[in-house]
Ligand binder design. Structure first.
Ligand SMILES: [Zn+2]
Length: 158
């Protein structure tokens, strides 16, 4: 976790102290790397693996930005039915991505409790998923944050 703090400080100092565009671009790339690393730390703390106690792991989740309620809701479903197309939400990204050709005939998502149709819009978007992957993933973090906030506000049964 200390390496993330060092990288974060390096990125912030690079942006604040430099006027060079390349320094800012490198700091942006470093910040993206920091986000990925902090998500994995959040994941591992959700499994109570990085600290010595549950309380410390929960504190680490707060630092990494992972909502434990959201994480349990999603990740338990993923772990219970790992790689099951109809149950594992980590494989259900239509209309943007299709993780298997089995999805070309639509999908019944038991996690989202709805049918994900492979319609004309989905067919179009999936046919370009090799180009849209990175732009969509840039926005996915924002969507994840919205889902986490919704989960906290809704206070639903977990
Ligand atoms: Zn996991």
């Amino acid at each position: 976790m200390s390496s993330i703090v060092v990288m974060l400080m390096t990125s912030i100092c690079g942006v604040v102290l430099s006027d060079y565009v390349w320094v800012h671009l490198c700091c942006g790339g470093l910040m993206g790397f920091i986000w990925i690393q902090s998500d994995w730390l959040g994941h591992d703390s959700g499994h109570y693996q990085i600290m010595s106690s549950c309380g410390y792991n929960r504190f680490a989740q707060v630092l990494t930005g992972i909502s434990i309620a959201w994480w349990k809701w999603n990740h338990n479903a993923h772990q219970i039915a790992c790689n099951g197309l109809e149950f594992d939400l980590d494989l259900q990204h239509m209309p943007f991505f299709a993780m298997s050709s089995s999805l070309f005939s639509s999908l019944r998502s038991y996690f989202y409790e709805r049918k994900m149709n492979f319609d004309a819009v989905t067919r179009f978007l999936v046919s370009y998923q090799h180009w849209t992957f990175y732009p969509v993933m840039c926005l996915a973090r924002r969507g994840g944050t919205r889902k986490k906030l919704t989960r906290v506000i809704a206070r639903g049964k977990i």
